[in-house]
Write a protein that binds this ligand. Sequence first.
Ligand SMILES: [Fe+2]
Length: 296
Amino acid sequence: MTPDFIHTPAVQKLLDRAAGSDGEGGDARLKHIMRDLLEALMALIVKHDISESEVWQAVSFLQKGAGEFGLIMPGIGLEHFLDLYMDAKDAEAGRDGGTPRTIEGPLYVENAPLVENGASLTSDPDDTGMLYMSGSISGPDGEPVPNAVLHVWHANSKGFYSHFDPTGEQTPFNNRRRLKLGADGRYSFQSKMPNGYSVPPGGATDQLMQALGRHGNRPAHVHFFVEAPGYRTLTTQINFGDDPFAADDFAFGTREGLLPVPNRQGDSAYIAFDFVLQRAQSASDEGFSARARAAA
Ligand SMILES: [Fe+2]
């Protein structure tokens, strides 16, 4: 079958009706997107001669794996693609500079304790060393950013996040805090050393990675949101530059400029890292994306 099959009157009429393009009502933008999405899927079926059985296997995979969509999105590179696309649009608009953005991932939890600068993030015992991280938050002209809130979250030494720990061992908000910063834009915190992790064994992401001949490992890393009045909210993370998966992150979270090499002292480590924010150009710049996030 040639790709022209998609352009036969029967298929085109089906697309118009399926997307509501031939009728009034509904959301015009959604109708356009839906029609293009359906046409792209149909073209894919024809191009690869995907069988009926394979289509229903794919539907079953998506149904069973729905709980892992938050992991599949970075795993197949779509979350990183969104970063690349936002970067490209920023460049077109002349909005360069600052610490690179990178993927949020699915494991942020809202309303973590708001604590003073210098606090510990860790509530639970963990048989590992300490991470000491510090640096500055400044604006495009090097000015200190006053009154920032630094959201920090990371895994424990087993690679598990509080609220998402299959062992159920962690107390709420372990290794999660919001640091309330002062006029000088300086920050520091300490916590139990995080470790890298792999996707849940046997889960949908794991199955997909195996079928693609890929692994599902991330290097040790620490996630951040940086928000401050008058500045654009930054979503980013640092990956440990000396981790074996630093340059081979299954989630594509590693980016140039976000790979500090920890200064190791026994089983503890020190990381110095400075954030540079862009100025907000609108109220929405100071907010967060509309992504649905866990709350506790
Ligand atoms: Fe993470």
